[in-house]
Design a protein around this ligand. Structure first.
Ligand code: RIB
Ligand code: NA
Length: 291
């Protein structure tokens, strides 16, 4: 089986700051680091590190060749990453000492994915493969429809949250992953609690409180307490969780097994500064001693 990720690719500029800037404030950073990022790229790298075969579908600008090279170095298939004339997406990320962050995103090339490009990529997909998306690219609904037609399992991480984007996708989804705030926003927009959504499998991540999983086929709901770690940078932890969960599902793990592995990976991720480049390897995830 394989994972097809219609996903963003960003150049992340991460600024360490004493506190997150307030409106009107000019604030000096104590450090600047550069990483491969984008929720899409982070998920692809996480899933590849978890052992899955991952095909990334995306777009970068002329300034983004290094991002594609890095994705490929990390074991992600980049055959379906296009180069367009618009600049590569980038993110300005401020991280304060508690690990909390603030992100300003420039979508750039991530909004330039052609429908023909998607068609060409998904022509190589097999029924039962996973299609994953997040809300940082264009063509999400087209992809979801194509995925369904080809018998793929359509998965969506509703971040950055947009009620209209999720609502448009809901009829096509098999798997939805949201954080607690996103789940509340979706409930406000649709009137539906996570357990009531027309999606077979729903995961709500609760940060330091763990994860809740709803399976509409069995009507089962399960809670998983979080591993306790000292957070230094929560950026990319959610994406790491999603990538690991998808890889687990794709490799035939039970959902509780996949969730546990993903929670371990995300726990390690919050102890590290940075995004895609520092996503933990499977061996480190398996061997880590976590409380
Ligand atoms: O979720 C973290 C990611 O959000 C960063 O890598 C940044 O690029 C933004 O997409
Ligand atoms: Na991190």
């Amino acid at each position: 089986m394989a994972i097809w990720n219609l996903g963003s690719i960003n150049a992340d500029m991460v600024y360490a700051v004493p506190h997150l800037p307030r409106p009107g404030e000019t604030l000096a950073a104590t450090e600047l680091s550069h990483f491969l990022g984008g929720k899409g790229a982070n998920m692809s790298v996480a899933a590849a590190r978890a052992g899955a075969t991952v095909h990334h579908i995306g777009a970068v600008g002329p300034d983004g060749r290094w991002t594609v090279g890095r994705l490929a170095d990390y074991g992600v298939d980049t055959e379906h990453v296009a180069q367009v004339t618009v600049p590569t997406g980038h993110a300005i990320i401020a991280v304060e000492e508690t690990g909390e962050n603030l992100i300003v995103l420039f979508p750039g090339a991530n909004q330039e994915i052609a429908v023909e490009q998607l068609e060409q990529a998904l022509a190589g997909a097999k029924a039962g493969d996973l299609l994953v998306m997040q809300n940082e690219t264009n063509a999400q609904v087209e992809a979801a429809q194509m995925g369904r037609e080809r018998g793929l399992k359509v998965c969506y991480a509703a971040a950055p949250f947009d009620a209209e984007a999720v609502s448009a996708l809901l009829p096509h989804l098999d798997f939805l992953i949201l954080n607690e705030v996103e789940a509340e926003q979706l409930q406000q927009a649709t009137g539906l609690a996570p357990s009531e959504l027309p999606v077979a499998q729903v995961i709500v991540t609760l940060g330091s409180k763990g994860v809740r999983y709803f399976d509409s086929d069995t009507g089962e709901s399960q809670e998983f307490p979080a591993y306790k770690v000292k957070a230094v940078d929560t950026t990319g932890a959610g994406d790491t969780f999603t990538g690991y969960v998808l890889a687990g599902m794709d490799q035939g793990m039970s959902m509780p097994q996949a969730i546990d592995l993903a929670m371990r990976a995300a726990a390690i991720m919050v102890t590290r500064h940075g995004t895609a480049d520092v996503i933990p390897l499977l061996d480190d995830v398996r061997q880590a001693r976590l409380g």
